[in-house]
Design a protein around this ligand. Structure first.
Ligand code: FES
Ligand SMILES: [Fe+2]
Length: 371
């Protein structure tokens, strides 16, 4: 018998979100403000942070942000907006390096700690003080291999909740990048987050990876993390017994990362980290995806696949190809679903009470953010 996990409160009466929440620009503007500009969001991976003495411009919920690493290695983030007349200091996704950041418009110069070093030619405006014109700092933090930014004025500590620690023993930082991809996709960010957070569609959209005869796909959630895993119905090895007997984070779960198994790619831990990060964590591989919403129906999706050093080329290719096919199938169905949202067609649907707990998790977070 597998352990029963109680229904999340409210799922039995829940309805899906209105189509306008996926397609209306005015609604999207509110969501950007309440979700992507009001808390921590994933913006990348640590190995892609700028080198010492360099910087790089990104967008966080549409807000231009400059990530800077000083010569001592300390990483900071600032609004990518000159404190003179608001020119961007660096174009989106572009990088720079040097001892000072020079605004391209009137050449004000900033140190890598954000302080204004020189405003040549500005003359003597009354009471002008360089110290009052530093770049505006925004909060930046890392968790495992992921980088997060909070552009809100009131950023607190990055806290993802206790389920984030259930993957502590997995050697995520030791793995090596095998796939690096960035694509603009024609759907609202929530469409992919919902798709990622349920396995209900797998037998139909991904028949080649259907494991419903041998596993179920339970989910638990706490704080920012929804944690799903491949739970074997008839455990056959040590890893499978852990995944069968325990819930993520319970004493003994930490042994999963090193537990004997003949099928490491069935030891799957799937984390949806509100609002925009998705992680597949296996003993020998990690796939991460994060999103930057562009418009109501356009989203940039970043994908990274990591494998153990020394993974033979043919094995690496097989893993990358499988993940790529699955992702393309998800992109195709998400693109189709977005067409219904764009047409304003409300499904007003009901959720599968076991299989779609992750969709409910996403909807609850959206509703809370908008309340
Ligand atoms: S806007 Fe940057 S120096 Fe003028
Ligand atoms: Fe899928």
């Amino acid at each position: 018998m597998v352990r029963a996990i109680p229904d999340p409160e409210g799922i039995r009466t829940a309805r899906t979100l209105p189509a306008a929440w996926y397609s209306d620009p005015a609604h999207h503007a509110v969501e950007l403000d309440r979700v992507f500009r009001s808390g921590w969001v994933c913006v990348g991976v640590t190995e892609e942070l700028p080198a010492p003495g360099a910087w790089r411009a990104i967008r966080v919920g549409g807000v231009p942000v400059l990530i800077v690493r000083d010569r001592d290695g300390d990483v900071r983030a600032f609004l990518n907006v000159c404190r003179h007349r608001a020119a961007p200091l660096c174009d989106d996704l572009e990088s720079g390096d040097g001892p000072l950041i020079r605004c391209p418009y009137h050449a004000w110069l900033y140190r890598l700690d954000g302080s204004l070093a020189r405003a040549s030619g500005v003359g003597e405006p009354d009471g002008f003080d360089l110290a009052e014109h530093s770049l505006t700092p925004v909060a930046i933090a890392t968790w495992r291999r992921m980088v997060f930014v909070d552009v809100s004025a009131g950023a607190g500590e990055l806290t993802l909740g206790p389920l984030a620690t259930a993957i502590d023993a997995f050697p995520i930082e030791e793995l090596e990048p095998a796939v690096v991809e960035r694509h603009e996709r024609p759907f609202n960010w929530k469409v992919l987050l919902e798709n990622y957070s349920e396995n209900y569609h797998t037998p139909f959209v991904h028949p080649e990876i259907d494991t419903t005869a041998t596993e179920d796909y339970p989910m638990v959630s706490d704080g920012a993390v929804l944690y799903a895993w491949d739970r074997p119905l008839r455990p056959a090895d040590e890893a499978q017994r852990i995944m069968h007997d325990l819930l993520p984070g319970e004493p003994g779960w930490e042994r999963l990362a090193g537990a004997a198994t003949s099928r490491p790619y069935d030891v799957g831990n799937y984390l949806t980290v509100w609002p925009n990060l998705m992680m597949n964590v296996f003993p020998d591989a990690v796939l991460v995806m994060w999103m930057e919403p562009v418009t109501a129906n356009v989203t940039v999706v970043e994908r990274r696949l990591y494998l153990r050093a020394g993974t033979p080329d043919d094995v690496a290719k097989r893993i990358a190809d499988t993940h790529r096919l699955v992702h393309q199938q998800d992109v195709d169905i998400c693109t189709s679903v977005q067409r219904s949202h764009d047409a304003g067609l409300d499904a007003n649907g009901r959720l599968a009470t076991f299989e779609e707990r992750g969709v409910f998790f996403v909807h609850q977070h959206v509703r809370t953010a908008l309340a």
